[in-house]
Write a protein that binds this ligand. Structure first.
Ligand code: AMP
Ligand code: ZN
Length: 458
């Protein structure tokens, strides 16, 4: 498999540390509102990666966090906590908010048939783990204290900004506002924060009543479940310049190591060419799509039109063509279900090879789908092609194995004949029953007698 590694800015051959098991970590959602379909693109990418790794024979130990504390309105250290803000607006307890939107998120990913990580870890259930982690960073000399905050001192690192390749001076120059804070360096960030008296989420810790900075949970939990170093770390491209740089900084402060060998980032779903986001109020949820008549798997199909490293622009026209494509896929699959024709092994192997080459080329789904369309269009109807599509579906995730076309509504005239025939049979009028049966056969139906009455197959 070849994957693009943000850390080296190269397409690289993938070599996990363990030959059989891939260990990976994905930054999960902040559960303070419904996920929008932009967020869900990030988890569809995560799903395709999981499925592709499994298709290649690896087993997975994959952790995804749920942020239910500490994520401020900006990714840097400004603004209110997102959870507390939602709690204030909805007049609810922050944990109630978290519970509600976490469930909603898990339902959304089920509806999209996203293969869930082996471990889903909530930040608020790992405060101890974060406390131990931060204490070690302190011991190692990478922090300083102000009155209310323990900061990570990024000037203590050999280099800060290994992913985005920016140095502290460049960050200063790029900062929108004059750098004016209690931080020593513009890229320093909060690890552990003293909670004000009326703060709703706080814990008794080594530094009094505190709550953690957002970046800490991912470092502490990935270390807890996956160890100092693991294979792949995923997230959205917005994580590159701050969140993931800070995770790397924390990990270097903790163990001296960069935690993951491969860093993979999914680009944005855009709308009218701009980012879809809660703050710009231009977002759609999965429910909005359903309300407009697009089932969730249509949105899965929509995403396969583009590689995860490219932006994809949301339009209703593209949703319409994705809907048509999903129907074509299902109908094409169904055509092969009862197929009796033969397909040679060479043809099957050629399809398989080209599909595998595509997904192993940094998850190139548009090319993988072009192979699927060739199988669908094949004039030969064969169960071997059905089996092949089911195999491809391990990666595609359209749940073809459970697909059955909906029974077509019978025309009024036919329903009337069935009714008359059932009445004739009840009256033991066998001549009339046979007469109607012959009419039905002539009209192209197979007629079966069951306890429930006449049943037709086309
Ligand atoms: P959040 O819940 O805000 O932490 O975001 C959850 C995930 O969605 C992160 O991986 C973000 O990078 C990703 N994300 C946010 N907006 C978009 C978007 N418009 N397109 C794709 N991914 C996004
Ligand atoms: Zn993270």
């Amino acid at each position: 498999m070849r994957i693009y590694n943000t850390l080296t800015r190269k397409l690289e051959e993938f070599h996990p540390m363990d030959e059989q098991e891939v260990r990976m970590y994905s930054c999960g959602p902040t559960v303070y509102g419904y996920a929008h379909i932009g967020n869900l693109r990030a988890y569809l990418f995560m799903d395709t990666l999981r499925r592709t790794l499994k298709y290649n024979g690896y087993s997975l130990k994959h952790v995804m966090n749920i942020t239910d504390v500490g994520h401020l309105v900006s990714d840097a250290d400004d603004g209110e906590d997102k959870m507390l803000k939602a709690a204030r607006i909805e007049k609810k307890d922050p944990l109630e908010i978290a519970e509600f939107y976490m469930d909603a998120f898990l339902q959304d990913i089920d509806k999209l048939n996203i293969d869930k990580p082996e471990i889903i870890a909530r930040a608020t259930e790992h405060i101890d783990c974060m406390e131990k982690y931060v204490q070690k960073i302190i011991q190692n000399g990478f922090t300083y204290e102000t009155q209310n905050t323990i900061y990570f001192d990024t000037s203590k690192l050999d280099k800060y900004g290994v992913l985005s390749n920016r140095n502290i001076e460049e960050q200063k120059a790029g900062a929108r506002v004059e750098f004016d804070s209690e931080k020593k360096n513009i890229s320093d960030f909060a690890l552990w924060i003293k909670a004000p008296e009326n703060h709703l989420m706080k814990w008794d810790t080594f530094w009094g009543k505190c709550y953690p900075g957002w970046h800490l949970e991912c470092s502490a939990m990935s270390h807890h479940y996956l160890g100092e170093q693991f294979d792949i770390h995923t997230g959205g491209i917005d994580h590159i310049p701050i969140h993931h740089e800070n995770e790397i900084a924390q990990s270097k402060g903790f163990s001296g190591k960069i935690p993951a060998n491969y860093w993979m980032h999914v680009d944005f779903l855009t709308i009218d060419g701009g980012k879809m986001s809660k703050s710009l109020n231009n977002l759609y949820t999965l429910q909005d799509l359903s309300d407009k008549g697009y089932e969730p798997l249509v949105y899965r199909m929509f995403n396969f039109a583009s590689n995860y490293r490219n932006k994809i622009n949301f339009t209703w026209d593209t949703m319409d063509s994705s809907k048509v494509a999903l129907n074509r896929l299902r109908e094409g699959y169904w055509k092969h279900v009862n197929g009796t024709e033969n397909v040679s092994d060479e043809v099957l192997q050629d399809f398989e090879k080209r599909f595998l080459d595509a997904i192993n080329d940094d998850l190139n789904m548009p090319v993988a789908m072009s192979v699927v369309w060739e199988v669908i269009k094949s004039p030969v109807k064969s169960q071997k092609l059905k089996d092949l599509l089911l195999k491809f579906d391990e990666v595609l995730g359209f749940d073809l194995a459970h697909y059955e076309p909906e029974a077509e509504e019978l025309p009024e005239e036919i329903l009337e004949l069935v009714k008359q025939r059932d009445e004739a049979r009840q009256n033991k009028d066998w001549a009339e029953s046979d007469r109607i049966r012959d009419i039905l056969i002539e009209k192209g139906y197979q007629v079966k007698d069951t306890k429930e009455g006449t049943v037709l197959n086309q």
